[in-house]
Design a protein around this ligand. Structure first.
Ligand SMILES: [Zn+2]
Ligand SMILES: [Zn+2]
Length: 305
């Protein structure tokens, strides 16, 4: 989960300036409604979603979410864990449906839960062929001062180092969560030595951070935030990433792309963000989808469908 929605303003309803009660009520109702299905954009892979948080906690619901995604052109998804319970859900989902793959780790906000039992369970899980990445791990400097249950920055850094080492030992990509921690995060990665593949999930940095990540060979994954009205700097970042180093993700159920910001997100909404990236990068939608899908299949070593 990126939890970055708060940094770029509020509300999906910037066009509606009316303050009448009825319009307010209508806006409130709309926030609960799922966005309409986009025109399909074939070939996409959702590089980071949370199926369990979207309600996918049994085979039928997972299948329904992935059927809907497939109708929109999103043929495969990587479902990501935040804590140990979520990690087990993610692995289950990847076994229930051939279109789902898992990434497991303890989210930085849960880093204090990384005891010996969690370490040995995660080590077993990442060896599973359905697990395609170690993540999401990294640093979150937003939550420690706002939540008593959030791990401190020092505890997060220690857990991050353990996950970096795990990714190197197992030879799978490292999927990074970074919230307001650019300098520290890049420093830890440089000091530890990054694994061969590093994915900056829900990239939210400016163009300087983007350039540094590109030069280090990291892969930048963009979520719905790149389509938000006030995300001009993020769009500069999205423009400078080479074709081989860009991914697209939903981070569902959060970060629903413009103009449905604030409404519930799911993998079927991915074409909205892919089209926003195509516009930013000045390519046609089909070309953008091919680049994004090919990159995801290569980076995560997904089987071709
Ligand atoms: Zn996430
Ligand atoms: Zn995240």
């Amino acid at each position: 989960m990126s939890e970055t929605a708060g940094i770029v303003g509020s509300g999906a309803d910037s066009q509606d300036t009316s303050t009448s009660e009825s319009n307010k009520a209508a806006r409130k109702r709309r926030r609960k409604e799922p966005p309409p299905e986009p025109t399909p954009l074939p070939g996409l892979v959702d590089a980071h979603t949370h199926l369990a948080a979207c309600g996918g906690r049994d085979p039928d619901t997972v299948r329904a979410i992935l059927d809907r995604a497939e109708r929109a052109g999103v043929g495969q998804v990587v479902t990501v864990a935040d804590d140990m319970i979520d990690a087990r859900w993610a692995l289950e989902a990847s076994r229930w449906d051939h279109r789902a793959f898992a990434a497991v780790a303890l989210h930085p906000t849960h880093a204090a839960e990384l005891d010996d039992a969690a370490k040995s369970e995660l080590e077993q899980m990442v060896a599973d062929p359905r697990v395609v990445a170690v993540g999401e791990t990294g640093l979150d400097h937003y939550w420690p001062s706002r939540s008593d249950s959030c791990a401190t920055p020092a505890v997060q850094a220690e857990a991050f180092r353990w996950h970096i080492d795990l990714a190197k030992r197992i030879g799978k990509p490292l999927m990074i969560h970074n919230r307001e921690a650019d300098d520290d995060l890049l420093a830890v990665l440089a000091a530890e030595g990054a694994p061969d593949t590093v994915i900056m999930h829900c990239f939210s940095g400016d163009r300087t951070v983007a350039q540094e990540c590109v030069e280090r060979g990291y892969v930048l994954s963009f979520a719905g935030t790149v389509s938000f009205a006030n995300a001009a700097e993020l769009r500069f970042a999205a423009e400078l990433v080479p074709d081989e180093q860009i991914l697209v993700e939903t981070d569902a159920p959060f970060l629903t792309p413009h103009p449905y910001r604030g409404q519930p997100n799911q993998s079927y909404c991915l074409p909205y963000t892919a089209r926003a990236l195509a516009e930013v990068r000045g390519v046609d939608d089909a070309t953008m989808a091919r680049i994004l899908g090919d990159n995801a299949r290569r980076v995560y070593r997904l089987p071709l469908q």
